[in-house]
Design a protein around this ligand. Structure first.
Ligand SMILES: Nc1nc2c(ncn2[C@@H]2O[C@H](COP(=O)(O)OP(=O)(O)O)[C@@H](O)[C@H]2O)c(=O)[nH]1
Ligand SMILES: [Mg+2]
Length: 238
């Protein structure tokens, strides 16, 4: 079985994706990039980068023509990683807010604690205040929902963080939802599968080129997606 693969969703990340790929050069992982119809040069930049024969990471690309949102990108990337038989799947943003150098540290902690999944916790001091507040509220509310849904106490410290490593066998038959609901829905389903989830602080950089695609409507959509999932269940939503 192959070891680890990083899935990176990108949408208009021409200023950032090269920085992510360059940092990944030093890490023994393969890579899947799922681009969702970027209207900038993201695709061309990735294609050019892949021409460089000195790169050790094996890179797979899924270039979608039509934008379908982050959840569907994560779904498509995960399905490919499962087909390719990778044992661990690393999820990381393509805007260089997450740092590839944290991957080995997360693996180390995952293995030390014999976990099935490790979720990043963004160091709160680096997060702008309004995002800190909404992250905190979302984490408390989702922890409560998950605890009730699963019937066991959970407390997630940063439920919205997209930087995670998960054992691939827990990612079979997952419902990924729409828009930005994917992190929440995966957390619910891992808890339901009784996966041992641990957490670790990661670096997060709010640099000038990291443009957030999140809008108030997309946040509302997450709430609706989670409510539908919890109330209607997985099978009916497929
Ligand atoms: N494939 C794909 N990636 C997306 C989409 N929306 C956002 N992303 C990527 O998902 C990651 C996180 O998105 P971002 O808007 O920065 O979220 P934030 O950091 O939580 O504000 C970035 O790498 C984006 O390029 C999308 O519709 N499709
Ligand atoms: Mg971002």
């Amino acid at each position: 079985m192959n070891k680890s693969i990083v899935i990176i969703p990108t949408y208009n990340e021409e200023k950032n994706i090269l920085r992510v790929l360059n940092d990944l050069k030093n890490i023994p992982v393969d890579v899947i990039i799922v681009d969702d119809g970027s209207s900038d040069n993201t695709k061309e930049i990735i294609k050019n980068y892949m021409k460089n024969s000195s790169i050790k990471n094996k890179i797979y690309t899924l270039f979608k023509d039509k934008n379908e949102g982050k959840s569907k990108a994560i779904r498509d990337g995960t399905e490919l990683a499962l087909k390719l038989n990778y044992e661990y799947i690393v999820y990381m943003d393509g805007d260089y807010q997450h740092k590839p150098k944290d991957i080995p540290k997360m693996f180390e902690r995952l293995k030390k604690h014999n976990g099935d999944a490790i979720f990043g916790i963004r160091k709160y001091s680096s997060i702008p205040f309004h995002r800190r507040l909404s992250n905190y509220l979302a984490s408390i509310i989702m922890s409560l929902i998950i605890s009730i849904y699963v019937g066991k106490i959970y407390f997630f410290r940063d439920i919205q963080c997209g930087f995670r490593i998960i054992k691939s066998k827990f990612l079979r038959n997952i419902y990924y939802g729409e828009g930005y609901s994917v992190e929440h829905l995966i957390a619910i389903q891992l808890a339901k599968k009784n996966a041992k989830i641990i957490e670790e602080y990661i670096d997060i950089e709010y640099h000038a080129d990291a443009f957030s695609h999140i809008t108030t409507k997309k946040i509302l959509d997450v709430v609706i997606e989670v409510a539908k999932y919890v109330l209607l269940g997985h099978k009916k939503r497929k």
